[in-house]
Design a protein around this ligand. Structure first.
Ligand code: NAP
Length: 313
């Protein structure tokens, strides 16, 4: 039987990914929305979360598609009302609030899921499996995209807590922390802030790897033309390259087939996230991995700040 779910924050990612993924799943029924501006055709619409929680005790799961700063209060209200909660990435605006949400979920006995959609990209699992028994020599992340193309008119990304270029950069870090068998930590960072903005437009990061591998990441939002979401890895058994944000993989120059180990066609990122959420709810588990966000927080703690020219949409 399908589970009833409510979507909160009907913006770009809700419309592009959450609504179609739920519609295509037999495990879920989109039973209501919470939106200050609109909703989804044919679905009961509420304009505030508390009204939904009061009116629809039959909806057991709430999926939050808001930007990070307002998300905590919504998540806390849903957990307090005994609902399972799914969080868009990043799971919050600060690490402390994410820890608080996890503690609330444990106390109430409900599931909470900090989703990292890029971990569900087609070839991430295969990259992880290949790297599991290799000795790492180097890893370089290059995540360069055009902010005007992907975030037109989104003011929150430039406001404190909006992460700036770490909004896409955290996707790269979610893949790195998934595919590497060993934990790493940040040792240096340079963050470039436009003089008229609260968040960085570019960043370069250096990490320490326990076996001494060179590890770095470059994020840049000023890339016009071709867009780059690449992770290059060198090991004692050759090289691995993930491109297109984890959708494509080559190992020692050989492009890998775009099928699962069992030969079935690959599902998309968001259908996989919702399948995982359904499994967590059924088993009563919590998945709140904060590793990608820890590296971002460390970059803000440790990073050298450089002021660059103003940026306007
Ligand atoms: P968005 O379209 O700018 O905003 C999403 C919705 O959140 C808005 O339409 C609004 O919903 C609600 N909202 C915005 N500010 C709010 C506030 N202060 N208080 C309450 N509600 C507020 O953002 P988005 O691109 O969908 O991104 C949302 C989250 O998804 C972010 O954390 C982002 O990192 C993540 N994400 C985005 C993408 C992408 O391609 N855009 C991809 C993956 C993940 P209502 O108008 O319905 O109230």
């Amino acid at each position: 039987m399908s589970m009833k779910i409510a979507l909160v924050g009907i913006g770009k990612i809700a419309r592009d990914q959450h609504v179609p993924s739920l519609a295509a799943s037999s495990e879920w029924e989109l039973a209501a929305t919470v939106s200050r501006h609109g909703g989804v055709d044919g679905v009961e619409a509420f304009d505030d979360l508390q009204s939904l929680l009061d009116a629809r005790p039959d909806i057991g799961v709430v999926s939050l598609c808001l930007p990070p700063v307002p998300r905590f209060d919504y998540a806390a209200a849903a957990l307090k009302a005994g609902r399972h909660v799914m969080l868009e990435k990043p799971p919050g605006a600060t690490l402390a609030e994410c820890h608080a949400l996890e503690a609330m979920a444990r106390e109430t006995g409900v599931s909470i899921y900090a989703t990292w959609h890029s971990r569900e990209a087609a070839q991430v699992g295969k990259a992880k499996a290949w790297l599991s028994d290799k000795r790492l020599h180097s890893l370089a992340v290059t995540w360069k995209e055009d902010v005007r193309r992907w975030h037109p008119g989104q003011e929150w990304i430039w406001q404190a807590g909006g992460l700036g270029v770490f909004d896409p950069g955290i996707n790269a870090l979610s893949i790195v922390t998934e595919i590497l068998p060993d934990p790493v930590h940040l040792t240096a960072a340079t963050l470039e802030f436009p003089e008229n903005r609260d968040t960085p437009i570019a960043a370069s990061l250096t990490f320490k790897h326990p076996h001494g591998a060179d590890m770095s990441a470059i994020f840049d939002w000023r890339q016009e033309g071709d867009q780059t979401w690449t992770i290059d890895v060198e090991t004692d058994a050759g090289s691995l390259t993930l491109t297109d944000g984890g959708a494509r993989l080559s190992i020692n120059g050989a492009i890998q087939a775009e099928t699962d180990e069992d030969g079935s066609p690959l599902q998309g990122e968001y259908p996989r996230l919702y399948a995982r959420m359904a499994a967590l709810v059924r088993s009563g588990e919590i998945d709140m991995d904060l590793a990608p966000m820890t590296h971002v927080a460390d970059a803000f703690l440790l990073g050298r700040r450089v002021t660059v020219e103003p940026f306007d949409d």
